[in-house]
Write a protein of this length. Structure first.
Length: 378
């Protein structure tokens, strides 16, 4: 798949757009924090929410506009953006608009997924897809599941202050390094723009948050990272590409799979009920049950994300790099989040469900409260 931009970006080529992305996100977030209550874009209180007051929801709009602005400013250094970056940004705009609609009025999960699949189909038709099987329908199916799945995985992780924005920034940074080593300059710049925009927003979202991404922001970040992970890893073998694309965003993927598997076992019902289920059993909640404060729980999420993303950035494409990435993944799966939580736990803090059993049993204790909530709600 040919690259649409020069093989490398000089610091002068990307530093200006990168700075603009950060400043625009910070200024835009502050402005939209003021505007959101006046536009009725608030996350209102209910039995599932932990925040003390209705919170502004337009942070994702500031992030997206900052990324687009940085990419447009970089055209003087890169030439035209090309069909694949343009398609990814255009489809992400539809995902953003869908999320804003959901934030304002609410949407059923099936309708939301259908529109997201249409967006994914447009991006895939433009050439942003895996090429693992040598059979186009299979490659398109896997790519669509990846794009839509990661959008919703990031949405699920956005259940606590700072979690999704921080993980997205770490993942974008890792993908930028992979793209730079692969010579994909356009993807590198887009990933750096996402990184800078996330950091600009994160200033207002780290606990205690004063504004949220909303469904619009979390889903558009997941969708963008899904597309960037495909583009950044083009040129690797299928096995290497699978791990290099997955590890920078492994935390939200692992969390959504684990949580929904446990909800299904807890009796959440059929697929429709499972898709619409919610509870306090996601990774930030489980870290809180290990005795962490909100800030330390957010740091624990970042530590897990960095533990998986940094090796991908350093090892992808190198001799024995794939084997090392697989070993790191297995180590993370065996240990779970508990070691990261205990490293950050303040001395004397109580640990809910502390146990010396195997990781699966430890995790079952930490997830029990959230699973019971889902079971009662259904």
């Amino acid at each position: 798949m040919p690259e649409l931009s020069p093989p490398a970006l000089t610091p002068e080529a990307w530093a200006w757009p990168l700075g603009i992305s950060f400043v625009a996100a910070a200024v835009g977030t502050a402005a939209l924090r003021w505007a959101a209550p006046r536009l009725g874009m608030l996350d209102r209180l209910d039995s599932r929410k932990n925040h003390p007051r209705p919170m502004p929801l337009l942070g994702g709009l500031a992030v997206y506009l900052s990324v687009v602005g940085a990419c447009l400013l970089a055209r003087s250094a890169m030439g035209r953006l090309g069909i694949r970056p343009t398609a990814l940004l255009a489809a992400s705009f539809v995902v953003l608009a869908l999320g804003l609609w959901d934030d304002r009025t609410g949407l059923r999960a099936r309708r939301r997924l259908l529109i997201q699949l249409v967006c994914a189909a447009g991006v895939i038709a433009a050439g942003v897809r895996f090429a693992w099987f040598g059979w186009l329908p299979a490659d398109c199916l896997v790519s669509a599941l990846w794009l839509v799945g990661l959008a919703n995985a990031m949405n699920c992780l956005d259940c606590a202050d700072g979690a999704a924005a921080g993980v997205a920034a770490i993942g974008a940074g890792a993908l930028a390094l992979i793209a730079a080593r692969n010579g994909h300059a356009g993807t590198e710049l887009a990933a750096l723009a996402v990184l800078a925009a996330c950091v600009g927003f994160w200033v207002f979202n780290f606990p205690p948050a004063s504004i949220f991404l909303g469904d619009a922001g979390s889903t558009v970040l997941g969708f963008l990272l899904g597309g960037l992970s495909i583009e950044a890893t083009q040129g690797f073998s299928p096995l290497t590409q699978a791990w290099a694309a997955a590890l920078p965003v492994a935390v939200p993927v692992w969390d959504i799979v684990l949580v929904h598997a446990r909800r299904y076992r807890a009796g959440a019902g059929g697929l429709r009920a499972l898709l619409e289920s919610s509870g306090h059993d996601h990774l930030p909640h489980r870290l809180r049950r290990l005795g962490l404060t909100p800030r330390r729980a957010a740091l624990g999420v970042y530590l897990m994300a960095a533990f998986l993303a940094i090796p991908a950035a350093l090892l992808a494409g190198r001799p024995h790099g794939t084997a090392a990435m697989i070993a790191i993944t297995l180590a993370a799966l065996v240990s779970g989040e508990r070691p990261f939580g205990l490293v950050l736990r303040q001395r004397g803090s109580p640990v809910l469900g502390a146990t010396r059993h195997v990781p699966a049993l430890r995790l079952r204790r930490c997830c029990a409260a959230g699973a019971e909530e889902v079971k009662d709600a259904n």
